[in-house]
Design a protein around this ligand. Structure first.
Ligand code: AMP
Ligand code: MG
Length: 345
């Protein structure tokens, strides 16, 4: 009897210890599409179920963000309704969350001397780069807008045309179209970051939304995160790597290779210079921003791409953001602070 009791105790203690010793967080990876881009999740957590649930919640959050707030194509979204209200002198009510995003975008318009403009929708729509790049418009049908069309559309651009009264009543003149294509991924990553922070069981991870990446928390062995920067001359390769410590970072890239069409040997890409109405041509192929704020990183990557190396460096510095340019001649130019993180290949 004593022997049986001893065996029982031994088995019990084994079971008990197994339950007590925490498992090391394991890496769980997922990929899906949302907001017109590929979303990738790499999450460190002890339980697969936690990672599964987190990814499902994050994807739901992204779909809601697109359908209810940011899309200029989906009829249920706030931006769609704002655009549909253009010319209505009474304007319409928007959520405080969207109003806050718009305020920050309008501020960036001022700080970038108009290079970053969310009221550029009339021109963006004219170019149809998104639908051409996605294949919605067949390659043979690519039509480059005429200088007259561009000139006319530019009259309906400029973030100074957006009026936000009583915090959440927005008015835009007839013909003006808002387009948040430059910041959607940044807003999305900010939201996913907040979701990660509310999930104690996830100790670290990397979330990537197209050209934007969030590194969160730490790895089980506390080694640094490494994030590659795409080589604009050969997008299957990287030009080098950022090595980042265990705090949370956003790495946001804008490049002329992300969405473009070619007609008569000219590459027309998706980042428009509001001064001309044409894709920005200033000797830059790619811009990478390193910040602690997703929306800021996404605004800056687009703004600095348009501004070019010299003014872009100045703008990034104003916001304490680190910046790296890949120029058209292959040269890599970066802020002083970026040098401690970047190693070329
Ligand atoms: P990103 O890839 O983050 O640089 O964003 C590019 C997208 O932002 C484009 O597909 C357009 O929808 C929009 N966009 C293009 N040019 C500008 C600009 N100068 N300012 C703000 N948004 C822009
Ligand atoms: Mg951007």
């Amino acid at each position: 009897m004593k022997k049986i009791l001893e065996i029982c105790l031994f088995v019990y203690s084994l079971l008990f210890c197994a339950a007590c010793v925490p498992e090391a967080p394991m890496l769980h990876q997922y990929a899906d599409t949302a907001m017109g881009t590929v979303m990738q999740f790499a999450l460190y957590t002890e339980k697969e179920q936690t990672a599964d649930t987190f990814t499902q919640n994050a994807m739901e959050l992204l779909r809601t963000l697109e359908q209810e707030q940011l899309s200029r194509r989906i009829e249920t979204s706030e931006i769609y309704k704002v655009n549909a209200s253009a010319g209505n002198p009474e304007g319409i009510e928007i959520s405080t969350e969207l109003a806050e995003t718009l305020n920050r975008c309008m501020d960036m318009w001022k700080q970038s001397d108009g290079a970053f403009d969310i009221a550029l929708g009339a021109v963006v729509q004219l170019w149809q780069i998104d639908s051409m790049a996605s294949g919605e418009t067949p390659a043979g049908d690519v039509e480059i807008p005429s200088p007259e069309e561009i000139e006319d559309a530019l009259k309906n651009c400029g973030s100074d045309k957006i009026k936000l009264q009583n915090a959440t009543t927005i008015t835009i003149p007839a013909g003006v179209r808002l387009d948040l294509g430059a910041v959607g991924k940044g807003v999305a990553l900010d939201k996913i970051h907040a979701l990660l922070e509310s999930c104690d069981d996830i100790s670290g991870g990397v979330i990537s939304a197209g050209g934007s990446v969030l590194v969160y928390g730490s790895k089980p062995d506390n080694s640094n995160w490494k994030v590659g920067i795409v080589n604009p001359f050969n997008t299957a390769e990287t030009i080098g790597t950022l090595t980042l410590d265990a705090s949370d970072w956003y790495i946001t890239t804008s490049g002329d290779y992300e969405r473009y069409v070619e007609a008569d040997g000219v590459r027309y890409h998706h980042i428009i210079d509001p001064a001309t109405g044409y894709p920005a041509q200033n000797g830059v192929r790619g811009v990478t921003i390193l910040t602690k704020d997703g929306l800021l990183g996404d605004m800056l990557s687009t703004a600095c791409f348009v501004l070019g190396a010299e003014e872009g460096l100045e703008l990034a510095e104003k916001y304490n953001a680190e910046i790296l340019f890949v120029l058209s001649d292959g040269e890599i130019l970066m802020s002083k602070g970026m040098k401690q993180y970047f190693r070329s290949k």
